[in-house]
Design a protein around this ligand. Structure first.
Ligand code: UD2
Length: 284
């Protein structure tokens, strides 16, 4: 394979942080060679699971989600879509490319949207123990009210990865909307924290996703027993987990963008973007 050699004295980009202080790469366009990475991953013949939850009215997002994933997500690799839903008959039957399959799995309905969002951790934990482990090597766990808009490939995969929140990549630590109640299991003091990670995009190998989701679910249950719910629900517990179990790779906001934030200069690609929704209508 022919490609330009890396230069030890010339970083490919200087406008963004490419590496954390604990040596986890931050994935930005222009910092990696997808052909080299793909060749490495193909040698390992890896299988990737993409999980989403479409509970109640959120089933409306599934078609666009999968259609755009077929175009951009891990093209050429073995992909299983796991769609968790309480409305199985609402999930469209869709034609998928070779090597890709769709599993529609039943999930409970919770009344409050916050509960729906948080309980994803419990369900992912259970499936990581019982099923995912036999079927896939890596899991990518995302929100459903999203569409792929550009390529997302094996550059994202790592043992344990999180994504920089599109609204908080450049702000001081004290602005991070971590849970600040010391009684909560999600509590992070003002002088701690690396990044603010988005609840809507994390993953890793099945064992690591099991540990992450297990921690988050247990922490939520411990808080529930104390009548506490963290400020940003599952996202708050995820941030707590990543503080003490640092991601081995971090995805830049290219991988989770919201066009209402505009398009800053450093953002060369918008690979996965939110689909605008009317919160009150869709959540109730
Ligand atoms: C943010 C996070 C989300 C979660 C939430 C917690 C991003 C992009 N999103 O999203 O991951 O941490 O904050 O407050 O970082 N859902 C249903 N049916 C419902 C309600 C929710 O299926 O009735 C599922 C669905 O997969 C949805 C997800 O839960 O994508 C998160 O809910 P949301 O998108 O309404 O929450 P949002 O936008 O505040």
């Amino acid at each position: 394979m022919l490609y330009e050699k890396p230069d030890a004295l010339k970083p490919p980009r200087t406008d963004i942080l490419m590496m954390t202080p604990w040596f986890a790469p931050i994935v930005w366009n222009g910092t990696y060679n997808i052909d080299v990475l793909t060749a490495q991953f193909q040698q390992r013949d890896l299988r990737i699971g993409l999980t989403v939850f479409a509970i109640k009215k959120y089933t409306v997002f599934v078609q666009t989600f999968i259609e755009t994933a077929e175009k951009y997500f891990m093209v050429g690799h073995k992909v299983t879509y796991y769609v968790f839903t309480d409305r199985v008959s609402d999930i469209p039957i869709m034609e998928l490319a070779e090597g890709r399959r769709l599993m529609v799995l039943r999930a409970p309905t919770y009344q409050r949207w916050q509960e729906v969002s948080m309980r994803r951790m419990e369900i992912l934990r259970d499936y990581s123990r019982q099923r995912f482990t036999d079927e896939v090597d890596y899991l990518v766990c995302v929100d459903v009210d999203m569409r792929f808009n550009d390529e997302v490939g094996v550059e994202i995969l790592s043992d344990r990865f999180g994504t920089l929140h599109p609204g908080m990549y450049g702000v001081p630590r004290k602005i991070y909307t971590y849970e600040r109640n010391p009684q909560s299991e999600a509590f992070i003091p003002l002088d701690e924290g690396d990044f603010y990670y988005a609840g809507g995009y994390f993953g890793g190998n099945v064992e690591e996703v099991y540990k992450l989701t297990s921690f988050c679910h247990n922490a939520m249950m411990a808080d529930k027993a104390k009548n506490i719910e963290a400020i940003w629900h599952d996202e708050s517990y995820l941030n707590k987990y990543f503080l003490y179990h640092k991601p081995t790779k971090i995805l830049s906001p290219e991988y989770l963008w919201d066009d209402s934030f505009g398009i800053p200069k450093f953002l060369k690609r918008r690979r996965f973007v939110t689909v605008p929704k009317k919160h009150n209508e869709i959540r109730n």
